[in-house]
Design a protein around this ligand. Structure first.
Ligand code: CU
Length: 284
C-alpha cells in the first residue's frame, strides 16, 4: 500500500519521525549528486507500507577545512598540508502536521558522526483580536507575527536514542569533568590549575546529566579494548547548543515529559526501552 497524506497525519503523534517521513524531491530536498532509497515501514495495524525516495545519500562539499597545518619551525622549509571537509550525508524529511524536520546524519572523514536537525514548514499560530502590538495589553503568550496572527510560545524537544556498540557490546559511559585544584606550594606564583576527573557510571542515576553546568567531556568507551598506548577505545559525545525545560518540576507537562529535565540519560540496553521519551508522551 502507498501511505497517503491522511495516513501520515493520523500516525505522526504515535510514531514520530519514521512513519512521518515523506518522499524526497530530487534537486530540491537533496543536491544533484544524491542517490535515493525507498523505505519500508510497519503501520500501527501491522500493515507494511512503502515510502518511495524516503532517504537520500550524497557527498557534501562544505567549503570548510577538515584539517590543516603549516609547519614553519623547520629551518629552511615550510610544509603545508590541508584537507577539505567532505561529508557523506544521509537525509530524511519528516512532516509532523505543520512542521517539516530535515534530519541529517553526517559521516565525516575524520571518523566523527554528526546528527543535525533542521526545522522548516509553517509556524504554529493562533488568531487574536488585534492588528498591532499597541492594541495588546493582556498577556497573550506569544508574538504578533501579522495582523490577527500570534506565534504561540512553545518548545520542541528532540531526542536521539543512541544504541552504541563501540568495538563490541560491552561499553561504559565515562563523564570526565575538569576540577580546579589549589597549588599547595605557597612559594609558587601559580595558585591553581585544573585536572581531569573521570567517573564511570555505575547506575542510571549516575549518568543523568544537565549539560552546561560545568565543563565536562562525555565518552562512551569499551574498557576491554585498548589503543596501542593502553587507553580504552571510545567515542566522544559532543553536544551542540542545548537547553533544558523551563517548566517547574510539579507542572503536569513537565511530569509527563520528565525526560526533558536532563540532557543526557544513559541506561543499560533494554529492548522495551526503544523510545527515549517514553511511549505516550504526547498522548496522555
Ligand atoms: Cu512548534
Amino acid at each position: 500500500m502507498d501511505l497517503t497524506e491522511e495516513w501520515y497525519y493520523r500516525t505522526f503523534l504515535e510514531y514520530g519521525f519514521g512513519l512521518s517521513a515523506v518522499p524526497l524531491e530530487p534537486f530540491k530536498d537533496c543536491p544533484e549528486n544524491a542517490v535515493f532509497m525507498d523505505g519500508y515501514l510497519t503501520g500501527q495495524d501491522g500493515t507494511p507500507g512503502n515510502i518511495s525516495n524516503v532517504f537520500c545519500i550524497f557527498e557534501h562539499y562544505t567549503g570548510d577545512v577538515m584539517w590543516c597545518h603549516t609547519e614553519n619551525s623547520i629551518p629552511g622549509a615550510v610544509v603545508t598540508e590541508v584537507r577539505p571537509e567532505v561529508t557523506l550525508v544521509v537525509r530524511m524529511v519528516s512532516t509532523l502536521a505543520n512542521y517539516d524536520y530535515i534530519v541529517d546524519w553526517e559521516f565525516k572523514q575524520s571518523g566523527s558522526i554528526k546528527a543535525v536537525v533542521g526545522l522548516s514548514g509553517m509556524l504554529e499560530v493562533r488568531g487574536l483580536n488585534g492588528t498591532h502590538t499597541d492594541q495588546i495589553q493582556e498577556e497573550v503568550y506569544g508574538t504578533l507575527l501579522a495582523e490577527n496572527t500570534l506565534g504561540a510560545y512553545h518548545d520542541h524537544f528532540l531526542i536521539y536514542h543512541l544504541d552504541l556498540d563501540v568495538d563490541g557490546e560491552a561499553n561504559s559511559f565515562v563523564n570526565s569533568t575538569l576540577q580546579t585544584t589549589r597549588v599547595r606550594d605557597n612559594g609558587s606564583p601559580r595558585k591553581s590549575y585544573w585536572t581531569v576527573a573521570s567517573k564511570t557510571a555505575k547506575t542510571e542515576s549516575d549518568s543523568r546529566i544537565q549539560l552546561g553546568l560545568k565543563p565536562s567531556e562525555l565518552l562512551v568507551v569499551n574498557p576491554n579494548k585498548k589503543t596501542k598506548v593502553g587507553s580504552p577505545v571510545g567515542y566522544h559525545l559532543i553536544p551542540g547548543l542545548v537547553v533544558g525545560s523551563s517548566l517547574s518540576d510539579d507542572d503536569y507537562a513537565q511530569f509527563q515529559g520528565a525526560f526533558t529535565k536532563y540532557n543526557v540519560w544513559v541506561t543499560p540496553y533494554n529492548k522495551s526501552e526503544k523510545w527515549a521519551g517514553g511511549l505516550y508522551v504526547d498522548q496522555s
